[in-house]
Design a protein around this ligand. Structure first.
Ligand code: FEO
Length: 160
């Protein structure tokens, strides 16, 4: 379980790094609201990594930080970018479910409690990405609608 949680810390930091890259890319398209939303997401992923890291420390387990790869993506349009976000979140959900299954096999009740928080969080993360994708599909080629959505995404606040 310790090793699997260490691997998950890297997954969360990888997510953060990917979202930071996507945020910078969106800023380059002058979609500052999308860039802001992705930067907030970057911040959340760092918090997720810390949640796992603090859990290991609390249990007196060794933390092994692993190397991160540079984020690489071929997505270009806002729709493609948020489809990538959703696909990435689905991947993270699968990782969390695998961790939970392992915690059940190992009768690790403390990990199960922690992971239940993440299971709920993943539902929200996938839903947020899906909502933005739906809005982008509705906007289609309308620059005005895209601008409106961009302004909406600029309002995202950091979570406590
Ligand atoms: Fe930490 Fe977006 O999953």
């Amino acid at each position: 379980m310790r090793s699997a949680i260490n691997a998950q810390i890297r997954e969360e930091l990888d997510s953060a790094y990917l979202y930071l890259g996507l945020s910078a890319y969106m800023d380059g398209l002058n979609l500052r609201g999308c860039a802001h939303w992705l930067r907030m997401q970057w911040q959340e992923e760092i918090q997720h990594a810390l949640k796992f890291l603090d859990f290991l420390l609390q249990r007196n387990c060794e933390v092994e930080l692993k190397a991160l790869a540079a984020p690489a993506f071929s997505a270009k349009t806002p729709l493609e970018i948020f489809e990538l976000v959703l696909a990435h979140e689905c991947h993270i959900t699968a990782c969390i479910h695998e961790l939970y299954a392992l915690a059940v096999v190992e009768h690790d009740y403390a990990s199960q409690t922690l992971l239940q928080w993440f299971i709920t969080e993943q539902l929200e993360e996938e839903q947020s990405a899906r909502d933005i994708i739906d809005d982008l599909r509705l906007a289609g080629d309308s620059g005005a609608s895209l601008l409106l959505l961009d302004r909406e995404l600029a309002a995202r606040q950091a979570e406590d």
